[in-house]
Design a protein around this ligand. Structure first.
Ligand code: SF4
Ligand code: SF4
Length: 405
């Protein structure tokens, strides 16, 4: 049997691969194993074999696809311009449709729990209590990296949802509050609101929005992801810019044309917050600070660097704050967080997490900037307690506040 869903990898997408192998050296799973089936080229060949009716979408095929991080490091180096991230989501949607039991596994979490603000709030409340009582060590082994990598939640700002403020001479921003972001990373959303308003934007966080759908799409829950995209397309209609504060979210919004008939109306105006803030600094709407603040190590989230080609902007923001950026990884290998990868592929995730932590340690700097919640949590769980990790816009806002005191 071949493909059965509308999200399937298309023959046009698969035929774009010319088998050159340029993607192999940048692929973390190929580097870890040396196996062709753990490489982008090998995975595309497996998909072509399904397309041609040579193999079925079964557990063997699922194993090949499951091991992929979805980091998209293979995309920028590809001369055939294979849209690998899109193809991967298509293959995963097929696995969920065709491999028994896959729809049930995690489907209700991604379709109902994660988009539910009430359930996420309750979960954050429990985590906050566990942190205060020193009980996070009791978390099941499977979740210990996630729990251990979370920020301290006590004393965090209130939720951003429903916020409206700012003058608007630089245009109106619709801010995606994010599912995990609005519970576990509220200071990042608050920093985005403060800076965007300082830069002359009116900022609205529309109540009708939901989770962007990235986690569901990456896990093959296409039905849930289409539904979330439709809700957000309606909620963000008419904004000049749509901004997301997590790199995984901004990358997914940018690809909304694949998830909703009107998705381009949001995808075409969406940017990562680092792009919006760097633009305001470049335009002189936000200041460049002159006080030197020493070095800061940077980590490039895959969905910012590989999926969106955003490399300069987080550096620009940190430099405008007065920091000298210490590079830790020119290739920008995945840190191993990759959505649910920490839970589903713990060994490979740990190897990549340790490798990333070593790269950060090698800079000799204990301040770290990361623009994605999953990466930040992975870094925190593999680095020692004296490392201070925050989003580039938080480092910048803190410098502005310090300067104004
Ligand atoms: S770089 Fe692109 S074209 Fe070359 S093997 Fe990899 S996916 Fe195929
Ligand atoms: S997305 Fe990442 S792990 Fe998957 S094939 Fe591409 S480079 Fe390899």
């Amino acid at each position: 049997m071949t493909w059965v869903t509308v999200d399937r990898p298309t023959s046009e997408e698969l035929d774009a691969c010319v088998q050159c192998g340029l993607c192999l050296p940048v692929c973390p799973t190929f580097r870890l194993t040396g196996r062709e089936t753990a490489s982008p080229r090998g995975r595309l060949q497996a998909m072509s074999a399904v397309e041609n009716g040579i193999v079925d979408v079964d557990e063997t095929f699922a194993g090949i696809i499951d091991f992929c991080l979805g980091c998209r490091a293979c995309e920028p180096v590809c001369p055939g311009m294979v849209p690998y991230g899109r193809v991967l989501e298509g293959a995963r949607a097929e696995i969920v449709s065709q491999v028994p039991g896959r729809q049930r596994r995690r489907g209700w979490i991604q379709g109902s729990v994660i988009p539910s603000r009430g359930v996420m709030r309750a979960g954050a409340g429990l985590l906050s209590m566990a942190q205060s009582l020193g009980l996070t060590g009791l978390a099941p082994k499977k979740y210990e990296r996630i729990v251990g990598g979370a920020r301290r939640l006590r004393g965090r700002p209130g939720p951003s949802i429903g916020h409206i403020g700012g003058t608007g001479e630089a245009g109106t921003v619709g801010l995606l509050s994010g599912c995990i972001q609005d519970q576990w990373f509220r200071p990042v959303n608050q920093a985005a609101i403060d800076l965007l308003e300082m830069a002359g934007h009116r900022v609205e966080v529309p109540k009708g929005q939901t989770c962007c759908g990235a986690l569901a799409a990456h896990d093959g829950k296409a039905k849930e992801s289409h539904k979330m995209a439709a809700i957000n397309v309606a909620a963000f209609a008419g904004y000049d810019i749509v901004v997301a504060t997590g790199a995984g979210c901004s990358a997914h919004l940018g690809g909304y044309e694949h998830w909703d008939a009107n998705g381009e109306s949001v995808g075409g105006v969406s940017v990562d917050v680092t792009v919006a803030i760097a633009r305001a600094i470049d335009d002189g709407r936000l200041p460049q600070l002159d006080t030197p603040r020493g070095q800061i190590a940077i980590q490039d989230p895959c969905h910012l660097r590989h999926a969106q080609g955003v490399i300069r902007e987080p550096r620009r923001i940190l430099e405008a704050a007065g920091y000298e950026v210490a590079e830790s990884d020119e290739v920008a290998f995945c840190c191993g967080a990759a959505g649910l990868y920490t839970i589903l592929q713990p060994e490979a995730s740990a190897q990549l997490g340790n490798q990333k932590a070593d790269q950060i340690r090698s800079t000799g700097v204990t301040r770290v900037a990361s623009a994605n919640p999953g990466c930040e949590m992975q870094l925190r769980s593999y680095l020692e307690d004296d490392y201070e990790i925050a989003h580039p816009i938080e480092w910048y806002l803190a410098a502005l506040v310090e300067e104004s005191d």
